[in-house]
Design a protein around this ligand. Structure first.
Ligand SMILES: Cc1ncc(COP(=O)(O)O)c(C=O)c1O
Length: 345
């Protein structure tokens, strides 16, 4: 077999068996194909290199307790990619093609799908890039859509435990009415440098504030924000955060578990009233945050406020419940009453 230790998987690029791809040219998508070479040819003038005409999605496939294979809410990823592609003026694969290519990617790489019982999954990365050779700043209907995958475990290297985050006061993620709510590669480019500095200082995550006033919580660099305040699950209402499918699902799970869900502006000072805080997303699943420090200048030592939620590493009771319930549905251990699991084969 492939010799993978399913229990120690992190979250890394991995060369599996095949990538599935299709081209859009002359008004249509080509029949999708599988390639084992993992290489594509692009013209140096292709839009993607100069103007970052590129977007992507991320979703997971699980081998469930009873042996069935299920993708988690792929229809939502298809819809979000359409919204992003429209923003970039790109052609986008229709939902049926998106779903078929994701399923084909799983079927072609089955030996990389972790067996059940390992809390690991097969991460699918659908990618849409602008191929046309041009200099002008106008959209052009030519693209390649590719779906690749990687077996993944825990994003932060360990199963459920909490991490410290920092608010980098001198860096913003997204402008008001800008690109923040779209899953474009360019949004992530601006996080590389602050992430490096934060990691060097012992922080795992960056928590961005709204860039217009810097008064409200927006989201983490990799994921959405939620807080537990008494019996409430609170999460930011903002035009510049990515509409997370995990967060949407957790809001439903939270309500199912008896919490009141509030999606609204969250003033930074309100962190002091939260008992638990978490990062949520396909990659990070639900990761509890133990401490959030506010740094007006990330490069400097000054910390103007520090909010604490759990001791380092500890996980609060509500984060534990939400995590168990959501992952229980994904692994087929908890009844999927909302119909989120999409069978593959
Ligand atoms: C910036 C950002 N926010 C939020 C999320 C979470 O979105 P989802 O739950 O759809 O994966 C992601 C991706 O995982 C992300 O990159």
């Amino acid at each position: 077999m492939n010799g993978i230790d399913w229990d120690t998987l992190g979250f890394d690029a991995y060369r599996t068996r095949t990538v599935i791809f299709s081209h859009y040219k002359d008004g249509q998508w080509s029949p999708f194909e599988a390639t084992e070479t993992f290489s594509f040819t692009f013209d140096p003038f292709a839009q993607v290199f100069h103007y970052a005409i590129s977007c992507f999605e991320g979703l997971k496939t699980f081998r469930q307790k009873d042996g069935r294979i299920a993708m988690f809410r792929p229809d939502q990823n298809a819809a979000r990619m359409k919204r992003t592609a429209d923003f970039l003026g790109m052609p986008c694969p229709p939902k049926e093609l998106f779903l078929q290519m994701c399923a084909a990617c799983v079927e072609n790489n089955l030996e990389f799908l972790p067996p059940s019982g390992h809390r690991a999954s097969l991460y699918l990365r659908p990618l849409l890039v602008g191929m046309h050779q041009q200099m002008q700043l106008v959209p052009y209907p030519e693209a390649v859509f590719a779906v690749m995958c990687a077996p993944v475990g825990s994003y932060y290297g360990e199963h459920l435990r909490s991490f410290a985050a920092v608010i980098p006061g001198n860096y913003d993620r997204a402008a008001p009415k800008g690109s923040g709510s779209y899953k474009i590669g360019a949004n992530y480019a601006s996080t590389f440098k602050p992430y490096k500095m934060a990691h060097d200082q012992g922080y795992t995550e960056l928590l961005y504030l709204n860039s217009a006033t810097r008064q409200f919580v927006d989201e983490f660099g990799s994921s959405n924000f939620f807080g537990i305040k008494g019996n409430k699950y609170i999460t930011p209402l903002s035009d510049s955060v990515l509409p997370s499918i995990t967060n949407k699902s957790l809001q439903v799970v939270a309500a199912d578990l008896g919490l009141k869900v509030e999606k609204r502006h969250i003033p930074l000072a309100e962190l002091a009233d939260c008992q638990e805080v978490g990062a949520c997303g396909t990659a990070v699943v639900l990761t509890p945050i133990s401490r959030i420090d506010v740094k007006p200048v990330l490069e400097e030592a000054e910390v103007t406020a520090s909010y604490r939620f759990c001791e380092d590493g500890a996980v609060g009771p509500m984060c534990t419940k939400l995590y168990r319930h959501l992952t229980g549905i994904q692994f087929g251990e908890v009844e999927d009453i909302h119909g989120w699991c999409y069978p593959v084969c």
